[in-house]
Design a binder for this molecule. Structure first.
Ligand SMILES: Cc1cc2nc3c(=O)[nH]c(=O)nc-3n(C[C@H](O)[C@H](O)[C@H](O)COP(=O)(O)O)c2cc1C
Length: 490
């Protein structure tokens, strides 16, 4: 890889800054000031918006850190509508209930990035630079993981924020092809001024069905060779709650970030011993999520005022802008993921969610009307299931949980569920389908074998149909949306 390390300014050291310019907290001091979070909800395009962050925080340790989705720095700096739809301080995004929060941007222009960061610096704890997006559109737009070849540019992006923002700048990178190269890269990013470094243990080519496993060995190598004062988060392979401690122990980092694991089970970071809290029922979590949108988000959107106007006088453009609010556009895809293991059993619900839209408000003017119908159907299905097959409970009436200790006899016979190791003992974990649980993306060889991927990496198919919402699809969709908005602007 032809990384241009030579383009990095020679005097690029954090410590070379005059002390008078460094009144803001840095590194570990900054990390401690935001509560030393060990659990981190990842930046996710169209998926880590405010409503989702509020839901995730309710089911995570108190000091859990959340990242916003990635925003496009130029659009954010220059387009108020885009800004309004993405991040609305002070009552919604960045409000006390939404802290600590890092706002993430993609950029290839230090001025754009600074302009965007200035818009949010009073309403978040840090601004993060996305250096990990591997999508084709990021290649074309020259940002995310496609800046990896341009270390000089990366350095100037981070340094511009480090020098000019009142809050810290942080960065999220992918690993490169060798441990040594990844370390050099990490050092450059830290040297430029990043106060927290998140390392996703996959390379740029590991995406879609070629995602495979993240390599914690690379993350540990980087951790071991960076000064202890550098705060680091590890990202990748967090599917169960137990993986958090495993990852912390294996890598030595300060915190662990989860993306997909969080989307399929927003209680993935739950530390309670109550199994019901760790694997919430999808009817209950769906209810809570829709209630957050109804009670915490909708009252702050100008929808009611618009609907009260005479239909002939109502601005369709303004109404359209409200429907594109990040908290509303994400609902469908969140419900697809939350209810993932229910949908193949109840295809009618899959169709209902697929067709539901916030724009179909009905005479009552309720944007959640159709999603409420889906929710009611899910509640009914689960109530009927529990009526037929009540869950096993202990003496206190609590669900006994999904784990059964593995004995020699059943180890060879049972194939259902997943083997998990807790305190040196092995358990077989079988989570009932009506509880939130991780989605196991097939590993590349398996994906090829089941036809989910072709040798050329063509479209993903499942049962003859394209899979509902894959992460890369969502990211791609968002970037397309950005492109359309850019075109509209031009
Ligand atoms: C739906 C979705 C959207 C994502 N969007 C972003 C993003 O906006 N910025 C970013 O840095 N990474 C993004 N990612 C990558 C994740 O932050 C994370 O690095 C990756 O999914 C690996 O973590 P995981 O194994 O816990 O899923 C996205 C991932 C998913 C699943």
């Amino acid at each position: 890889m032809a990384s241009d390390a030579a383009a990095v300014p020679q005097n690029a050291s954090i410590t070379s800054e005059p002390a008078s310019k460094r009144r803001k907290l840095q590194g570990r001091e900054f990390y401690e000031a935001i509560g030393s979070p060990r659990t981190v909800v990842a930046p996710m395009v169209e998926q880590s918006e405010l409503a989702w962050r509020l839901l995730s925080r309710r089911h995570s340790p108190e000091n859990t850190l959340c990242y916003t989705p990635m925003f496009h720095s130029r659009l954010f700096a220059t387009t108020s509508v885009y800004r309004q739809q993405s991040f609305q301080p002070p009552h919604l995004d960045g409000a006390p209930a939404d802290r600590p929060v890092f706002v993430q941007f993609c950029s290839n222009d230090p001025e754009d990035l600074l302009g965007a960061a200035k818009e949010v610096e009073a309403h978040c704890d840090a601004v993060d630079l996305n250096l990990g997006c591997p999508q084709g559109i990021a290649r074309k737009g020259h940002y995310g993981a496609f800046l990896q070849e341009d270390w000089g540019l990366i350095h100037s992006l981070i340094r511009r924020l480090h020098d000019n923002l009142s809050i810290p700048v942080t960065a999220k990178i992918r690993i490169l092809e060798t441990k040594e190269r990844s370390l050099e890269y990490a050092k450059m990013v830290v040297d430029a001024g990043a106060q927290v470094l998140t390392v996703h243990g996959r390379t740029r080519d590991q995406k879609g069905h070629n995602t495979g496993l993240a390599d914690w060995g690379y993350i540990k190598y980087i951790r071991d060779h960076l000064p202890k004062g550098v705060v680091m988060f590890a990202n990748g392979n967090i599917l169960w709650h137990e993986d958090v401690e495993r990852c912390l122990a294996a890598t030595g980092v300060d915190g662990v970030m989860s993306a997909e694991g969080n989307l399929y089970n927003p209680a993935i970071f739950e530390t309670s011993k109550d199994w019901d809290k760790r694997f919430p029922r999808m009817d209950k979590i769906g209810r809570e999520y829709l209630d957050i949108i109804r009670h915490e988000i909708l009252p702050h959107l100008p929808l009611k005022e618009l609907l009260e106007q005479e239909p002939s006088k109502r601005s369709r453009k303004k109404l359209n802008e409200v429907f594109k609010d990040a908290n509303l556009t994400a609902i469908k895809s969140h419900l697809f993921k939350l209810w993932h293991s229910l949908l193949p059993r109840h295809k009618e619900v899959r169709n209902m969610v697929g067709q539901a839209s916030t724009r179909h408000m009905g005479p009552g003017g309720d944007p959640l009307r159709e999603y409420e119908e889906c929710q009611k159907r899910v509640e009914q299905i689960i109530a009927e299931e529990l009526e037929r097959n009540p869950e096993e409970v202990d003496a206190d009436g609590k669900w006994v949980g999904p784990d059964r200790e593995i004995t020699d006899a059943d180890e060879s016979q049972e194939t259902e569920g997943f083997v998990v190791e807790i305190d040196g003992n092995k358990f077989r974990r079988i989570v009932p389908w009506y509880r939130c649980q991780p989605y196991f993306r097939p590993l590349p060889e398996k994906a090829l074998a089941i036809g989910a991927m072709t040798a050329k990496g063509e479209k993903t198919v499942e049962g003859g149909k394209r899979k509902a919402v894959e992460s890369s699809d969502v990211a791609e969709a968002e970037v397309k949306k950005v492109k359309v908005q850019e075109a509209e602007k031009a």
